[in-house]
Design a binder for this molecule. Sequence first.
Ligand SMILES: NC(=O)c1ccc[n+]([C@@H]2O[C@H](COP(=O)([O-])OP(=O)(O)OC[C@H]3O[C@@H](n4cnc5c(N)ncnc54)[C@H](O)[C@@H]3O)[C@@H](O)[C@H]2O)c1
Length: 438
Amino acid sequence: MSAPVALRKLSDQTVFRKGDVFVLFGELFGRGYANGLVNEARAAGMTLIGMTVGRREADGSLRRLNEEELATAEANLGGRIINVPMMAGFDLDAPAGTPTVTAMANEMGLKTWQEDKLDWAQVEACRALGVARFKAAVSEAMSQLEGMIPAGANVFFAHTMAGGLIKAKVFLAIANRIYKGRGERFMSSRALIESDLGKLNLMNFDEVTANTFQYLIDGSEAIRAKVETAGQSVRYTAYGYHGTEILIGGEYHWQTYTNYTQGYAKKRLEDIARAAWDKGVKATVFNCPEIRTNSSDIFVGVELSLVPLLNALKREGCSAWGEAQWAACQALLQDGHSLDAVLAQLDAYNQDPVMVGFRNFDAWPMDNTPELADRMIGTAESITALHRDGKALITDHLSALVIEATGPLMFNEAAQPSAPVLWLSHDVIAKQLAKLHA
Ligand SMILES: NC(=O)c1ccc[n+]([C@@H]2O[C@H](COP(=O)([O-])OP(=O)(O)OC[C@H]3O[C@@H](n4cnc5c(N)ncnc54)[C@H](O)[C@@H]3O)[C@@H](O)[C@H]2O)c1
């Protein structure tokens, strides 16, 4: 049986310093994971450079940011943005006069989608076009970037791209049921991935979530050669997800959100890092804990594994600061409900035989079942209902702490990475927080 390769110790940062260059490959959102790394790079005095996915016109065409959008994005990052639209995936690309895959998916019916077939030759034509467009954008962005890297600088590339849901009406309705439905509204994730519609989505996830890391590594080859020839270093990081070890019954156990349909793409992302590593490129995928962000909010229940981080804060010596986090979380609950009771409920949920059945690392990503959806979505809804304000959740508070911890964990480890794929679990997250707030 294989097992996650966990980062257990806090590393020291030995490479990056003032004047080095930090490149964010993806856009920066307020609640996103990338904030952790960006904050570290800023604190180290690095020059921040960002990318953009561009914006879509009403007719679906992709354009650069206008002046106002560019100024907002640059202010948000605190650095220059290379204004080349880097939208990944092929959902809205098609040879002139032919339908996009989104238009093709829109022809499918809510009752017939499991049998509806796609024209795979047309899908392939769209995919080839989308990939060529993205690679050309990377090439243009990298040539601009090359001119922005001062002699003698080290370069840190942080990949953050993930996504690729085909935004067709029928699929959005299905996704709502797979990720949020239980009881009568339950829908099987296996049924989806065995359909043409599901296969199309998996292909687009691969493009956005995984292959973009390869295109970044390939597209920055000339920069890497130049920087390394000058005696400096280039590093690549990406955010993975492949389950997390959390405290269950007083011990750390690996567990996962199910069904994580994007998991196939995340495994591919890991393989890309391993292959690059074998060629001497220091690329590391950091598999990170479940948190609530713009991208993860669709997965109801993904946040449940975050709450036991509070126990890890105690276990790993967060002392007075840790107690303040408990108090802050307790204050988010309505009167008459205790954090201890919520944690006890989640511990029982995590030891429920149905949930234990999904703790199978080798079988990941497993399909959902009605029993799983019932417990997970039911538990998520019942815990959310205990809060004073549905928009100020314990998991919002804890998500910010996880982002804060992943910043130094990834930034420091990436300087001298020990492996191409590393898991950041609740133990090391809590240890890092203890150090930051000692
Ligand atoms: N939220 C979680 O629980 C969690 C857990 C582990 C790993 N991650 C990973 O962390 C990374 C950042 O995600 P986040 O959860 O912070 O959310 P986020 O919404 O802040 O970030 C998503 C990123 O993907 C980019 N993106 C989305 N669609 C794109 C497209 N079509 N083309 C190019 N770029 C696109 C966005 O620009 C943004 O940079 C992702 O790789 C995600 O899978 C998230």
